[in-house]
Design a protein around this ligand. Structure first.
Ligand code: ZN
Length: 158
């Protein structure tokens, strides 16, 4: 799917949102990161593509493993998906973009999804459009659990 810019909102199945929060929480003070891919068929939930974090200070920032990044994009292409979002976590900070996030967001057409597993005493998941050093919050809808399709990870249903 080709897009001129990011969509006006993002919708995630609850199981996928919960999976991101659980993974971020399980990583302790480490930032997790990866991609969400979306097929042309809007009835399909986004696919999850976890990517390793190679940053020297992985609890302050993320630096995606380039090999895993290329592999994720390849799988996305094979599945006819486009890059929907780049996600990462803030183990100790709210789910708001840092100056590093603004400067380092290399795909302006992709949504920045930030997971804060417990910084505010509860899990927080927020979506942002990062453009020209500016962060704009994007409405994020969590679809209820009665959606039985479940999230997919790199093509495999969880
Ligand atoms: Zn960040």
């Amino acid at each position: 799917m080709s897009r001129a810019g990011p969509p006006a909102s993002i919708s995630l199945p609850q199981a996928l949102a919960q999976r991101l929060i659980d993974t971020a929480r399980g990583a302790g003070d480490y930032e997790i990161c990866g991609f969400l891919g979306q097929s042309d068929d809007a009835s399909q939930p986004p696919s999850l593509y976890p990517v390793g974090n190679l940053a020297c200070s992985p609890h302050y920032r993320f630096d995606m493993d380039p090999v895993e990044q290329i592999a994720a994009f390849k799988t996305m292409r094979q599945r006819g998906e486009a890059l929907l979002a780049i996600y990462h976590s803030h183990p100790d900070a709210p789910a708001e973009p840092s100056s590093f996030d603004l400067a380092g967001h290399s795909y302006p057409e992709a949504i920045a999804l930030i997971i804060s597993p417990s910084a505010l005493g509860r899990a927080q998941l927020r979506a942002w459009v990062l453009d020209a050093q500016r962060a704009t919050p994007l409405p994020l809808h969590i679809e209820p659990l009665d959606d039985k399709r479940g999230p997919t990870i790199a093509g495999k249903l969880l």
